[in-house]
Design a protein around this ligand. Structure first.
Ligand code: NAD
Length: 269
């Protein structure tokens, strides 16, 4: 049984993760962490998740879990995740990181822990999305530079704080890489006013924020005469949570390194 602690346990994903660990036969709830000073410290994490007492009280400091836990699952915010990585390096713990919205500098800082912490870092832990990334790679390679315009459209709930989503960016990167393009050069994230016609090689992004949409992504390959759309729709956060618990079980016996969900699912090249 992999002993898991959930950081950000009071959040939308945190509460869903409590459910997912509870339902997983190979994992057990060893702890839950809330923000320092939170009034939720001491509350049973099962009650936080709405599934009744589980005998595990939320704590507001990781130090309290140093002896108890093998893998941290962290869906919080970039700075919190980076400080938790330092804790894992110091205490020999493993980490599954779902946090999105990291800057390039923050990703470089995260990467600096790859020789000291076994970690799975993925902007989207859903098995379906990771299969979709594989399909996108295949589509981009097959269509090649043959005049297909590529656009990525994503929709999420009104509370999401970063845009475009980490998943949309990852989709753009996979497509760009398959076509030998650099997303930093060819990504177009805003079109407003007299912006002129699109260029051949640009990869455009459009963002929708509305209501309670869990997460939808479409990548469009459009040319004269046809349009191919590859779409993934998440209908519940459980899909991300189940993937994260699967990643936690997988990373429990891995050496230090930075892995992603393609590694966890055996979908790598
Ligand atoms: P949320 O705001 O509901 O939850 C974040 C939680 O982190 C909050 O409860 C907050 O109190 C807590 N937190 C902040 N600082 C903390 C600290 N120092 N210690 C412990 N807890 C702390 O947000 P959410 O919708 O659950 O999303 C969280 C992150 O996960 C976002 O970056 C989101 O984009 C990402 N996300 C990733 C995936 C994926 O599959 N990788 C899926 C969904 C969401």
């Amino acid at each position: 049984m992999t002993r898991i602690a959930i950081v950000g346990v009071a959040g939308r994903m945190g509460r869903t993760l409590v459910n997912a660990v509870e339902q997983d036969a190979g994992a057990t709830l060893a702890g839950g962490v809330v923000e320092p000073g939170s009034s939720l410290a001491g509350v049973d994490i099962g009650e936080l998740a709405g599934i009744g007492k589980k005998g595990v009280a939320a704590v507001d400091s990781l130090e309290a879990l140093a002896d108890d836990v093998e893998v941290l699952i962290d869906f919080t915010a970039p700075k919190v995740t980076l400080s938790n990585l330092a804790f894992c390096a110091e205490h020999g713990k493993r980490m599954v990181i779902g946090t999105t919205g990291m800057s390039d500098d923050e990703i470089a800082e995260l990467d600096g822990f790859r020789n000291r912490v076994p970690m799975v870092f993925a902007p989207n832990m859903s098995v379906g999305v990771n299969l979709t990334l594989k399909l996108l790679q295949t589509a981009a390679k097959a269509l090649g530079d043959e005049g297909y315009d590529i656009e990525v459209i994503e929709s999420h709930h009104r509370h999401k704080v970063d845009a475009p989503s980490g998943t949309a960016l990852k989709m753009g990167e996979v497509v760009a890489e398959s076509l030998g393009r650099n997303l930093k050069e060819h990504g177009v994230f805003e079109r407003v006013g007299q912006c002129g016609p699109r260029s051949d090689k640009e990869i455009g992004f459009a963002t929708v924020r509305a209501g309670d949409i869990v997460g939808e992504h479409t990548v469009m390959f459009a040319t004269e005469g046809e349009r191919i759309e590859i779409t993934h729709k998440a209908s519940s956060r459980m899909t991300f949570a189940k993937g994260a618990v699967r990643a936690a079980r997988w990373v429990a016996d891995k050496d230090s390194g930075r892995y992603d969900m393609q590694d966890v699912l055996g979908l790598g090249d």
